[in-house]
Ligand binder design. Structure first.
Ligand SMILES: Nc1nc2c(ncn2[C@@H]2O[C@H](COP(=O)(O)OP(=O)(O)OP(=O)(O)O)[C@@H](O)[C@H]2O)c(=O)[nH]1
Ligand SMILES: [Mg+2]
Ligand SMILES: [Zn+2]
Length: 386
């Protein structure tokens, strides 16, 4: 397989050249396991270990490879493939656990985030706010898939789509069903060769089933219908990256029960690119230039654009929009120009983002603790082996 078939492009090539890594050594992470990674490159798909130097240098979880990362492999000829370098990321989708302080890397170098909701029981606009905020924060274009349309009437579907449009005017929405095949061709045409699409959503909404439809074969395991009602049953247990027949690259994910919003993710994405410009902004450019001829162009500029624009007119720059005098957001709320539900969702997510954006000092302390933790684990491992 050519690297380009796995999503490699000029953006990653520039980074590779700057880091003086041989092109033949490049591979993309297709799944992550306990202490090995499956990667795919010109020599096919195989398992690789991570080099000690990356392990020791890793200050936080975000420094370890994620599905979708581009890595450099050595030792393939000697039959012990090892990841010895990782390219900075264009972006990385992060989920913050709402029960502990962990961040979970969902996928790296993603062009489009497909949020899948099943129209029968998972459809929820506040949950959609969360997914969209996280996706846009990571500079990824969001698209909504309203799946299992066979389970509701056309009228109900129209009402649901119009509620989505009212809340997120510019959000591209694709209704689909595996049973009636509604939208499957539209989805297929939407997916472009060489771009990476990440499927996220609750468990049982039909992410893996949809990907199987796109693959035209039952590659991914899907849940039994009876499992669907059981809370906490996840059919897909780990993320995986697959290439479709039309050249699009998709990432399947285990279902998510909650989706916490991480703070600023630019650092995890690789911060400054090796050429000095921001990797994230360079990524956004390459995404938009790759999509200028796409029928749908970029998604919404922001989930809460309308509120953010109103906020610019508030009397105080640090306005909390909680009732201060001269607050343009509150004025719009009072006049009915702004939807109350959208306002409440905005305030809730804003607080969460503020809470999860740690101060630099807090971050350094946490990073040091994690580095120390890794060293202790390795020392213990060595002692046990000797
Ligand atoms: N009625 C209906 N059922 C569907 C459709 N697509 C998938 N399903 C069913 O929904 C159930 C869950 O599908 P999965 O594809 O396993 O869902 P998932 O989102 O991958 O779930 P996790 O892997 O647990 O996150 C299965 O029983 C599918 O047969 C559809 O279009 N209509
Ligand atoms: Mg699944
Ligand atoms: Zn205000």
């Amino acid at each position: 397989m050519r690297l380009e078939d796995l999503g490699y492009n000029a953006f990653f090539e520039e980074l590779r050249v700057s880091l003086k890594l041989p092109k033949s050594s490049m591979a993309r992470v297709t799944s992550c396991h306990k202490d090995t990674y499956t990667v795919a490159g010109e020599k096919g798909e195989y398992a690789a270990k991570i080099a000690g130097k990356i392990f020791y240098a890793a200050m936080t979880k975000e420094n370890f490879p994620a599905v979708g990362d581009w890595v450099s492999i050595s030792g393939l000829e000697e039959d012990h493939p090892t990841i010895n370098a990782m390219l900075p990321r264009k972006n990385v989708l992060i989920r913050k656990s709402t029960t502990n302080s962990d961040n979970q890397l969902i996928g790296a170098n993603i062009d489009v985030g497909f949020v899948v909701q099943s129209v029968d029981r998972d459809y929820n606009l506040n949950r959609l706010d969360r997914y969209l905020t996280a996706i846009i924060n990571c500079r990824i274009i969001p698209v909504l898939i309203l799946h299992k349309t066979d389970l509701i009437s056309e009228e109900e579907l129209r009402a649901k789509i119009s509620m989505v449009k009212k809340r997120f005017a510019a959000l591209h929405t694709i209704p689909t069903s595996r049973m009636t095949k509604q939208g499957i061709n539209i989805l297929m045409k939407f997916i472009r060769k060489g771009l990476t699409y990440c499927f996220i959503g609750s468990s049982g909404v039909g992410k893996s089933s949809l990907i199987n439809s796109l693959l035209g074969k039952e590659t991914l395991e899907i849940g039994a219908l009876s499992d669907y009602t059981k809370k906490g049953t996840h059919t897909t247990c780990s993320r995986s990256l697959l290439v479709l027949g039309n050249g699009g690259i998709v990432i399947d994910n285990p279902g998510m029960r909650e989706f916490g919003i991480a703070g600023d993710t630019r650092e995890a994405a690789g911060a400054e690119g090796v050429s000095g410009r921001s990797v994230s902004s360079a990524g956004a450019e390459s995404v938009s230039s790759a999509m200028t001829d796409a029928p749908w162009r970029a998604g919404p500029d922001g989930v809460f654009d309308k509120i953010e624009n109103l906020a610019l007119k508030c009397k105080y720059s640090n306005c909390s929009h909680g009732g201060e005098a001269g607050c343009a957001v509150k004025d719009a709320l009072d006049s009915g120009e702004l939807d109350n539900k959208k306002y409440l969702s905005y305030i809730k997510l804003k607080k969460e983002i503020q809470r999860n954006t740690m101060t630099k000092f807090e971050k350094i302390t946490k990073d040091k603790k994690f580095g120390k933790f890794c060293k202790t684990v390795m020392a213990r491992k060595k002692k046990a082996q000797s």
